[in-house]
Design a protein around this ligand. Structure first.
Ligand code: E4P
Length: 219
């Protein structure tokens, strides 16, 4: 399963990339606005930090023409950009056209299996299914992941199911169990993936025993 960082903060990307496990970055208009810098400069800096991964950058137009114009512009900025387009009738039509042109699309704001099907049929590279926002309203976000993964497998679509709106490490575990292709998460959740109290206790015990015995690696 690929791990993406969900952020508009360049510094977070820089720190996470050092761990060597980041396969890509997703942004959205809210995350870019929170980061407080220009859109293009932010996206380009992130692209340079993950040259072998993809960076999803989102359009804000809502008509087919606006989406196409913005998507072609954003895609021209760097070879590893995937254009994020919302799941609307205009977004699906634009996605169909853009994939014919060779521009990769991350279809975002997908909440239901039927929306996932339409994204796959339009040729989206990634289908971003939001789980946390569904859990927030007392429903089961992961049900749509299960359906979308099965749909892609049943029909041999090339789209990858991207678990978005992740709130905690168990969302990542569930994504793994369901065979999702990608999980994108905030920096804080990625940090939490490392943590286990028994690792900390175990490491401390190994080090204490080693030092007490006066052992050395380099004699
Ligand atoms: C996905 O790519 C979105 O940017 C993101 O996961 C949304 O998460 P949120 O529901 O925490 O805003």
């Amino acid at each position: 399963m690929k791990l993406f960082l969900d952020t508009g903060k360049v510094e977070e990307v820089r720190r996470a990339v050092e761990w060597g496990i980041v396969d890509g970055v997703t942004t959205n208009p809210s995350l870019i606005a929170q980061a407080g810098r220009g859109f293009k400069e932010t996206v380009l800096e992130i692209c340079s930090l993950v040259p072998h991964g993809t960076v999803s950058a989102e359009v804000v137009g809502t008509s087919v023409d606006e989406i196409l114009r913005e998507a072609r512009e954003i895609a021209s900025w760097a070879p590893n950009i995937v254009v994020k387009i919302p799941m609307t009738p205009a977004g699906v039509a634009a996605t169909r056209q853009l994939t014919r042109e060779g521009i990769r699309v991350n279809m975002t704001l997908v909440f239901s299996p039927t929306q996932a099907l339409l994204a796959a049929k339009a040729g989206a590279t990634y289908i971003s299914v939001f789980v946390g926002r569904v859990d927030d309203v007392s429903s089961e976000g992961m049900r749509t992941i299960e359906d979308a993964v099965r749909m892609v497998q049943n029909y041999g679509f090339t789209s990858e199911v991207l678990v978005a709106s992740i709130r905690h490490p168990m969302h990542v575990v569930e994504a793994m169990r369901l065979g999702a292709h990608i999980a994108t998460m905030p920096f804080k959740v990625m940090e939490q993936l490392f943590q286990h109290p028994l690792t900390d206790i175990g490491l401390q015990r190994f080090l204490d025993d080693w030092h007490k015995a006066g052992l050395k690696i380099f004699e």
